[in-house]
Structures are given as structure tokens and as C-alpha cells.
Ligand binder design. Structure first.
Ligand SMILES: Nc1ncnc2c1ncn2[C@@H]1O[C@H](COP(=O)(O)OP(=O)(O)OP(=O)(O)O)[C@@H](O)[C@H]1O
Ligand SMILES: [Mg+2]
Length: 817
């Protein structure tokens, strides 16, 4: 078959026949060319329509545009012509005329670099390599340091503000020639930018590195012409301090003639952290150096705009949306989005609002890994460095599709290789402006952490009610797979309430009796006959502590902490407001002073409550916290004991809570107690949390809620079983030979590598103490039954009577604080 185009004089020969897969030459060499193309025409002077990549493999060829889309493919019947193809050649293929501009190396194709406009215009700026890690005295300064330190704001001369040669000085990278060419039009002298020694004194090594990284990013020194960065350090590593150091530096200094790089900074953060930012500025820089303006009910954006006094505006995401028009009128030079993983969805209002701000220097702060979903990853990258990965459609074709394809079990060797190379390229490119360090970098500065999983024996009333619930018609229906209206979620909810305290279940039953929706079948059939199990005169307001196994353990625990550590405080966490009410009532009954933060606490009061608790003058013994409602980003270092009263499906919720206490600034060893009711659904949820980790490597992502969980009937059967005779079903599952009668630690040689299910693959991933625990890791924890004779831990000793089993793990045992 000959194409009509083959007749055209002056045009090169069409060498295409329809594609027939089976004709492909398996062993033939693949060649890649950069080409320009246009539709076939008789015109002598071609008007090329675009750049493309031509892939030739034996007789077959594919033509891809720079978005990675196929714009032509087929088989060449004149194999020889394709074989001879080289620079300058013109050929007709697939109805298109192409001119070969150059040869692309397989490496450039596999990595995807050849698709980037200009064949790699995203070149890494040489300065980032040349000037890496020049913390102290990297250059002989052109300008001698100013004799007077701490000059007033805005003073410029060509001397560094601080001595770059001083011991321990932290000097930022110098701009390279390219940077100077672009940004130093007035040929000002180059001046060293030196971090204020006042701050350097406090900085941890990883924070120094982080500041240097942020500086290079926002100055456009890492990727030419791009000024965005993502600081994704794990929780508690001091992302706030790193940003404050950067702001203070850029506001007073700059590499060109010492002229400050920025004037105004916008910090957008969750409402509960607005005041935390203000406090951190004050903590690290005092109130004189920098004037920050936190927006709240009494302090509106207008005030900031009118006053020349303030240089930093701190505002919540919600308030930003409300004041967007005013904010757009201010010229901000630096934008920082705290807990910025919320921008992973580019369609939401917050993201579009922030994108509409013209500020080029953008930083996202997040404690959540950002690489686990390639679409969300794109949104975050595109926010900080717009366009760096091309359009969304080209990103999908060049990176996402090959990467995902290569992870399918059915992927061919070729697909695997391409996917891996593209993933590596993407990591390499984005790694220039994403920094993530794990908690390990800070562990050595933290006190010991003693984690305990405590399996509490259920009370008699709990067991009786539990059995009855499991025998209900509603549960039987679930086990037959009749899950139409999600009755299993109602059953799970009832069992969880019962584990916390039977009175919660009683309230639900009574609530349903009175409500007009009592005709909801599932719920009625679940509660049928349950009231009769409670004593006839049962009054939920007068609940007793013996009715709940966990509550008994909690009370003993509080009493022993009070007795053995009278000055230490406890953070008590539940995910349910009703449970917090019970715990609050218990505090009241026992005369324990408490404070409380939950979803209902006005944002404006949150910081005050946190500060009150952290203060050494506070008389509060207990901080009642709803972790889901507002735990993110809070510092609760005033407490050194954390009790997780109930368990959430999402391990991230608990990890969030744990890292509120065990963080920089904590003075005492931190004790963590996770209370679970033995043999019940709580153990099952815990097992699900940990057993899935080995397989899915689920990451800390707070956005995943229980509604996302799908259950098979098999799983429901397991969930709806009560194991009355086991001391600890979790231990039974571990395949551990011990009987729990002495301290036992599983085979410690069997250290499991921690892997994360990241779409970008395992490269780059470091182990993390904030990753959910896995079954095999739990086996390495010390474990023993409640009947064990010699408990060395005085806190556990006091609660053993109500406890069937313990797991314990100590981190940083040797730290001397
Ligand atoms: N170098 C330091 N020395 C002492 N304390 C520090 C240092 N750096 C940070 N901190 C303190 O550590 C605590 C945690 O810092 P920060 O709130 O910035 O963490 P983060 O990285 O933002 O964590 P999250 O992801 O949980 O928000 C704060 O109380 C902060 O003041
Ligand atoms: Mg933070």
C-alpha cells in the first residue's frame, strides 16, 4: 500500500504502512530523535507546527509531541530508510513531514528530559552545586563585614550585616554568574548573606541545612528562574523556626549591595496556629526585631495594609478567602503556606485563591509526605513552581502513566525500566526544591519515649452487652453481606462506644427511642433488648468507673502519675466529644484540674488554652484533647504523659497526637499509653492499623477517614467476634512462642526494612519514627502479660490488676536530660 503523498514531488517519500504489531523487530535497536513536524504539503518553505520526539524501533516508529501524546505511529515498509535516518533528514511518516533536528540519547528519553521545552531548560543552577554546604566562611568576602552589628532595618551598604568569618557563622550561598546576570542588573557589589548569630546559636544542624536550602530555592539558585520550595520535614522538626530565620534574613539582607530581598511576607496557616506563629516569632526574635501582624477578630487585614509598621501578615486559610480582595492589593514578596498539603487539590477555593496572588517566592510547609499520589504531587509542585512539570496533561503522559504502568504486575521489562527512569527523573527534578527529613535527626535531642500498648480487661457489664450486640439481627445481616445502608458502620460505632463506656451505648439507645427516626430498621434491630441488660434504675449521668475496663485503668494510671510525678501533666485524648465529656466528669469527681480543647473550642481561644497548659505556673493536671478536632501543629510540651483513650482507624491521628508531646523543648521522659479493650473490636482496629502497614505501607495521611474503608464479609466476621478467653489477640497473631510470663522481646535480628507505598517508588525514602508501626516491628517490642511477676515499670505495676497484656518500647533510653 502506498500513501498518496508518495507521489508528491519535492516532498520526501512517505514510508508508512498501517501498523501491524507482530511485525516489530524484537531485537532491533531503539533510536530517538528530536524533530520538527508539519502536515504534509507541497510548499517548499515549510511552516513547522511543532517540536516532537521520533522513536524508531526496527521498522516501527512513534511520533510524540512534547506533551508526550502520540501524534503518529506506524510501520515503515522501507525499513532501510528508517535505519539511515540522521540529523537534517526529512521524512514523511504517518501523514506528517518531519525534519530531524538531533539525536536524543536513550537516557534523555527514558528520563523524560527530552520532553521538557528546550531539551532541558530546567537546568539546575550551578550555584546550588558549587555552593552546597558552605556554612562557614566559604569565600573571601569582597566587602568586609560591617563594624556595627544589628543595624537598623533597611540600612544598606555593601558590607555583610554579620561577620561571615566568625566562628560558627552560617553564610548563605553566593549567587553564580548566571544569577548575577539575571538579577544584578545594576552591578551592585556582592555581599555575603549571613544568618543572625543570635538565631544560629539555637539552630539544630538540620535546621541550618534547611535554611540554606530554603534560601537557595527562593532566590532561584536551585532551579533557574523558579523560586518555590516544599519543606516537608516530619512533625516537630521546627519548620516554623527555619522559616522565621529565612524571613528575618531576607528582610534585612541580600546578596546584591546588601539590599533586602523581601519587604512583606504572607503566612497562611490553619486557624489554630495563627497565634502559634506569632509566639514563635516572639520566642526566636523577640518583639523588637520584626513586626508581625496576626489576623483575628480584633485585628483586621485593613490595619495591616494601612500601617507601614508590619512586615509579616499571619492569616488563617479561612480568613484569607474572606479577605482575598484586600490581600491581592498588597505586594507580598514571600508566601508561606503552613500545613500546605491542603493545597494538593488544585480545584479547591483555597488553592485557586493562593494561586491568584502574584508572589513568586512560595513555600509549602507540611509534615505529610507529598509523593504518595502523583496527581496531588503535581498540584503541590505546580503551586510552588508553576509550570515546572509542564501542563497537567503532559505530566500525565510523560510521568504519571509510565510510572503507574510500570508498577502493574503485568508490566513488561521495558515498561518497568521506563517507569523507573521517569520516576527517578521526577524525583531528581523535584528533589531540587523538596526537602524532607525524618524525626531521627532530632531524636538525639529528645528525652526518652516510653510507649505502651495496654490491653485492658473489659468489665462484666461490657462483656454481657457486647455478646448481646453481636447476637443482634443487625450484626447477623451484616455477616450475610447485606450492607446496603451501611449497617456495619452503625454496629461498629455501637461496639466502640461500648468499649469506651457502657453509658455511651445507653445514651444512644435512649436517644433513638425518643427520636423520630427510630423506625430506622438496622439501628432498632441492633439495640433490641439491650436496655434490659442494664440495671433497671440505670442512670447514665451516675455512671460508675468499674463498668469500663479502660476507665478503671485510666483512673489508676492518673492516680499513680499524680503520686510518683506530682509536677508532671497528662494529655488525655479521645476522638469523641461524648467520651471527652465522660473523662471530664471523671476529672471533676476526682478533683483533677483540667483544660479542654475540642472541635467546639473557638479558634481564637486555642493558643491561650495551649499556653496555659504548657506554662509551668499552670495548675492543670490534665489536657483533654480531641485529636481530630485540632491537634495538628500544636505544641503540648507541658505534658509528659499521653493517654490515647480510644483508637482511630487512621494511625495518622494517633501519631499526630503523640508528636505533640515528644518534640523539641520537652524536658521529661514521655510516657505514652494506648488503651485497648482486650479481645474486642479495638484490638481488631489496632491490628488492622498495624498489619496493613507491611503490605500497603500506608503513610501518615490525616485526610483518610473511616468512611474510606471497605470491609469484606470475612473482615466483618473477624471484627464482630469477641475473644473472651485470650489475654491478647494481637499477641496470638504474632506467631510468638512466648506465653507472656516473662519479659519477651521478639527476634531482634529480624529488623524489617521500613517501606512506604509511594507512587514514586522506594528511592529517597528514609525510615521514619513517625511511620505507623507494623506487625513485625511490634514483635520486637518488649511484651508481657498482666500476671507477670516482676514489672519494673512502676506505672504499669499499679494498673496490672485490670490489664491482661502489655507491649512496651523505649526510644532514647540513654538520653540524659
Ligand atoms: N532549635 C530548636 N531548639 C529548641 N526548640 C526548638 C528548636 N526548633 C524548634 N523548636 C521547638 O520545637 C517545637 C516544634 O517546632 P514546630 O512547631 O516548628 O514544628 P513543625 O516542624 O512545624 O511540626 P508540625 O509538622 O507538627 O507543625 C516548637 O515548640 C519550637 O519552638
Ligand atoms: Mg508546624
Amino acid at each position: 500500500m502506498t500513501s498518496p503523498m508518495a507521489q508528491v514531488h519535492s516532498a520526501p517519500k512517505e514510508i508508512t504502512v498501517p501498523k501491524r504489531q507482530e511485525e516489530e523487530e524484537p531485537d532491533s535497536l531503539v533510536k530517538y530523535f528530536s524533530v520538527v513536524w508539519c502536515k504534509a504539503s507541497k510548499k517548499k518553505h515549510k511552516k513547522w507546527e511543532g517540536d516532537a520526539v521520533l522513536i524508531v524501533k526496527g521498522k516501527s516508529f512513534t511520533l510524540k509531541d512534547l506533551e508526550g501524546k502520540d501524534i503518529g505511529r506506524g510501520l515503515a515498509y522501507k525499513f532501510k530508510e528508517l535505519e539511515k535516518i540522521e540529523e537534517g533528514h526529512r521524512v514523511m511518516i504517518g501523514g506528517k513531514e518531519v525534519e530531524v533536528m538531533g539525536i536524543i540519547s536513550p537516557d534523555d528519553f527514558n528520563s523524560g528530559r527530552c520532553f521538557q521545552l528546550g531539551g532541558g531548560s530546567l537546568a539546575i543552577s550551578s550555584s546550588s552545586q558549587a555552593a552546597k554546604k558552605c556554612f562557614s566562611n566559604p569565600f573571601k568576602s569582597v566587602c568586609k563585614p560591617s563594624s556595627k552589628e544589628n543595624r537598623p532595618n533597611g540600612f544598606q551598604d555593601c558590607k555583610p550585616r554579620h561577620d561571615p568569618h566568625a566562628q560558627n557563622s552560617l553564610v548563605m550561598s553566593r549567587p553564580d554568574n548566571n544569577h548575577q546576570w539575571m538579577f544584578n542588573k545594576s552591578c551592585s557589589p556582592i555581599v555575603d548573606v549571613v544568618i543572625d548569630p543570635y538565631l544560629v546559636y539555637h539552630l539544630r544542624p538540620h535546621q541550618k541545612e534547611g535554611i540554606l536550602f530554603l534560601y537557595e530555592c527562593v532566590m532561584g539558585m536551585r532551579v533557574n528562574g523558579r523560586c518555590g520550595a516544599i519543606l516537608a520535614d516530619e512533625m516537630g522538626l521546627g519548620k516554623t523556626l527555619q522559616c522565621i530565620s529565612l524571613i528575618w534574613t531576607l528582610q534585612c539582607q541580600g546578596p546584591y549591595g546588601g539590599k533586602p530581598v523581601i519587604k512583606k511576607t504572607l503566612i497562611v496557616t490553619p486557624g489554630s496556629l495563627v497565634n502559634n506563629w506569632r509566639k514563635e516569632f516572639q520566642k526566636w526574635l523577640g518583639s523588637e526585631r520584626i513586626k508581625v501582624f496576626p489576623v483575628d477578630q480584633d485585628h483586621k487585614v485593613e490595619e495591616f495594609i494601612k500601617s507601614p509598621f508590619y512586615s509579616v501578615l499571619i492569616i488563617s486559610y479561612e480568613m484569607l478567602l474572606r479577605s482575598l480582595d484586600q490581600i491581592k492589593n498588597v505586594k507580598f514578596d514571600l508566601l508561606i503556606c503552613d500545613e500546605g498539603h491542603r493545597l494538593k487539590n488544585s480545584a479547591i477555593k483555597t488553592t485557586t485563591a493562593l494561586i491568584s496572588l502574584s508572589c513568586e517566592k512560595r513555600i509549602i510547609l507540611t509534615g505529610t509526605p507529598v509523593q504518595n499520589d502523583l496527581q496531588e504531587f503535581f498540584a503541590l509542585i505546580d503551586f510552588v513552581n508553576p509550570g515546572i512539570l509542564g501542563s497537567l496533561s503532559s505530566y500525565r503522559k510523560i510521568y504519571e502513566e509510565p510510572i503507574i504502568l510500570s508498577r502493574q504486575p503485568s508490566a513488561s521489562e521495558e515498561e518497568k525500566e521506563l517507569g523507573e527512569k521517569r520516576a527517578a527523573e521526577l524525583t531528581c527534578l523535584t528533589g531540587l526544591f523538596i526537602l524532607r527529613r525524618t524525626q531521627e535527626v532530632i531524636n538525639k535531642y529528645l528525652p526518652p519515649k516510653i510507649e505502651n500498648v495496654v490491653f485492658c480487661r473489659p468489665g462484666a457489664l461490657q462483656i454481657e452487652l457486647y455478646r448481646k450486640l453481636l447476637n443482634s439481627q443487625a450484626v447477623r445481616f451484616c455477616l450475610q453481606g447485606l450492607l446496603g445502608n451501611s449497617p456495619h458502620l452503625i454496629c461498629i460505632g455501637a461496639l466502640k462506644k461500648l468499649c469506651n463506656h457502657p453509658c455511651l451505648l445507653f445514651n444512644s439507645i435512649k436517644g433513638k427511642e425518643c427520636s423520630s427516626t427510630w423506625d430506622e430498621n438496622e439501628e432498632r434491630s441492633l439495640y433490641e433488648g439491650l436496655v434490659n441488660v442494664f440495671p433497671a434504675d440505670y442512670n447514665p449521668l451516675m455512671f460508675t468507673e468499674e463498668e469500663s475496663g479502660k476507665l478503671q485503668v485510666l483512673l489508676k494510671l492518673l492516680a499513680v502519675i499524680r503520686e510518683l510525678r506530682p509536677t508532671e501533666k497528662v494529655v488525655l485524648v479521645s476522638n469523641y466529644t461524648q467520651t471527652l465529656n465522660i473523662l471530664q466528669e471523671v476529672c471533676r469527681r476526682h478533683g483533677y484540674a483540667f483544660t479542654r480543647l475540642d472541635g467546639q473550642t473557638p479558634v481564637s481561644q486555642r493558643q491561650q488554652i495551649v499556653d496555659g497548659f504548657n506554662s509551668k505556673y499552670s495548675s492543670d493536671f490534665i489536657f483533654l484533647l480531641s485529636s481530630k478536632a485540632g491537634g495538628v501543629g500544636l505544641n503540648l510540651i507541658g505534658g509528659s504523659h499521653l493517654i490515647l483513650y480510644d483508637i482511630d482507624w487512621n494511625p495518622a491521628t494517633d501519631i499526630q497526637a503523640m508528636s505533640r508531646l515528644w518534640r523539641d523543648g520537652q524536658k521529661h521522659p514521655v510516657h505514652i499509653y494506648r488503651l485497648l479493650t482486650t479481645g474486642t473490636i479495638e484490638e481488631k482496629i489496632y491490628q488492622r492499623q498495624i498489619s496493613k502497614q507491611d503490605l500497603s505501607g500506608a503513610v501518615v495521611d490525616l485526610t483518610k477517614t473511616s468512611e474510606h474503608i471497605q470491609f469484606s464479609v470475612e473482615e466483618l466476621k473477624n471484627l464482630f467476634t469477641l475473644h473472651e478467653s485470650s489475654h491478647c489477640v494481637t499477641h496470638d497473631l504474632l506467631d510468638c512462642e512466648c506465653t507472656g510470663d516473662k519479659d519477651h522481646t521478639g527476634d531482634s535480628l529480624e529488623k524489617v526494612p521500613i517501606s512506604r507505598n509511594c507512587q514514586l517508588g522506594p528511592h529517597h525514602q528514609k525510615s521514619s519514627s513517625l511511620k505507623p508501626l507494623s506487625m513485625s516491628q511490634l514483635k520486637q517490642w518488649k511484651h508481657f502479660s498482666g500476671d507477670h511477676l516482676n514489672l519494673t515499670d512502676p506505672f504499669l505495676e499499679r494498673i496490672r490488676e485490670n490489664v491482661s497484656f502489655f507491649f512496651q518500647n523505649i526510644t532514647n533510653q540513654s538520653t540524659v536530660i
